[in-house]
Design a protein around this ligand. Structure first.
Ligand code: UDP
Length: 314
């Protein structure tokens, strides 16, 4: 089996490559433009005989053979995808078109990494797949939210028009090793701030909620989705339904890393969703999947991971 992973040097992509490369019968081709991904994330894989890295931006066409395509390419943290919003949209329209064409030509199965952001500032809680969302089409998050919505539409249109084998998962907030400490997301920010004894930056009043999934749990769900029968297209939510306010998260981090950090409050970014929690009934039924790693346990692992990075850089 030849398996293409776009965005394979990114946070989730590199964890997926590591998992897939364990099967020595499979050949893993990792594509990444290194905009937010890093060679460090895949350094342990480069010497494997069944792993190949190609530096490439999916916005440009590429000719490859593959039996399965995991399309994870796209910056995912708000500061990263907002840094070049036009390129973010290109990735989610032109980039995915290039990859869907590859899937069509190769008769490959195509799995799209979609996102809970398609629900926007959700007015239904928790969010089931049937909810169409509440998304600002003109705001600073639109390049990602609307881009990912267009990407989903393209997947289903390729399926309807050409019979392309597609599958769509919607990923809720995920954390774990491989997430860049400077990524700008809440867990990487809070943990790294606490480890340095710096103030913890809470945006807004900190009462907004998120549900955090440890990356190993997510990868298990993603691989299960790829192996579902052809008529299972999704979308399927993947995430951990444990819901926390950002203040609760900050308290947990402070308790685990007692370095004298204090909370400081910063303005809430525009269009920041107030509540987010996945309804994972579909994943439970179709994939026999549910997350196993609770936030407290996952935080311990990620604290160790960032502590090691800080010590190496010291
Ligand atoms: N957030 C925060 N402090 C930070 C970074 C983020 O309070 O240093 C908040 C952010 O406003 C949002 C939540 O944490 O409400 C999750 O943000 P993140 O960027 O991790 O992901 P999002 O779910 O917004 O894409």
């Amino acid at each position: 089996m030849r398996i293409l992973v776009t965005g394979g040097a990114g946070f989730i992509g590199s964890n997926l490559c590591a998992r897939l490369a364990k099967n020595q019968d499979d050949q893993i081709i990792c594509l990444d433009n290194l905009q937010t991904g890093s060679m460090q994330n895949i350094s342990g894989l480069l010497d494997l005989p069944n792993f190949e890295f190609i530096q490439h931006d999916i916005v440009e066409p590429i000719d490859l053979t593959a039996d399965q395509i995991y399309n994870a390419a796209c910056p995912a943290s708000p500061p990263a995808y907002q840094a070049d919003p036009v390129h973010t949209l290109k990735t989610n329209v032109i980039g995915i078109l290039n990859m869907l064409e590859l899937a069509r030509k190769n008769n490959a199965t195509f799995l799209q990494f979609s996102t809970s952001e398609v629900y926007g500032d959700a007015q239904v809680h928790p969010q089931p797949e049937e909810y169409w969302g509440n998304v600002n089409p003109d705001g600073i998050r639109s390049c990602y939210d609307e881009g990912k919505r267009a990407a989903e539409a393209l997947c289903f249109d390729y399926h309807r028009m050409y019979g392309t084998k597609v599958k769509v998962i919607r990923i809720f907030n995920t954390y774990g090793p491989g997430m860049n400490p400077q990524d700008g997301r809440v867990i990487s920010n809070f943990v790294n701030q606490a480890l340095r004894g710096e103030d913890i930056t809470v945006y807004g009043d900190g009462k907004q909620t998120r549900s955090f999934c440890y990356v190993d749990d997510l990868i298990e769900g993603i691989v299960r989705m790829m192996h579902t029968p052809e008529d299972i297209l999704g979308p399927v939510n993947l995430g951990n339904p444990g819901e926390f306010t950002m203040l609760e998260l900050a308290q947990q981090v402070l308790k685990k890393v007692p370095n004298g950090s204090k909370l400081i409050y910063r303005p809430l970014p525009k269009d920041d969703p107030k509540q987010r929690k996945p309804d994972i009934t579909k994943a439970e039924i179709l994939l026999h999947w549910k997350p196993e790693i609770a936030l407290s346990e996952g935080l311990d692992k990620v604290i160790d991971y960032y502590r090691n990075i800080q010590q190496k850089n010291a």
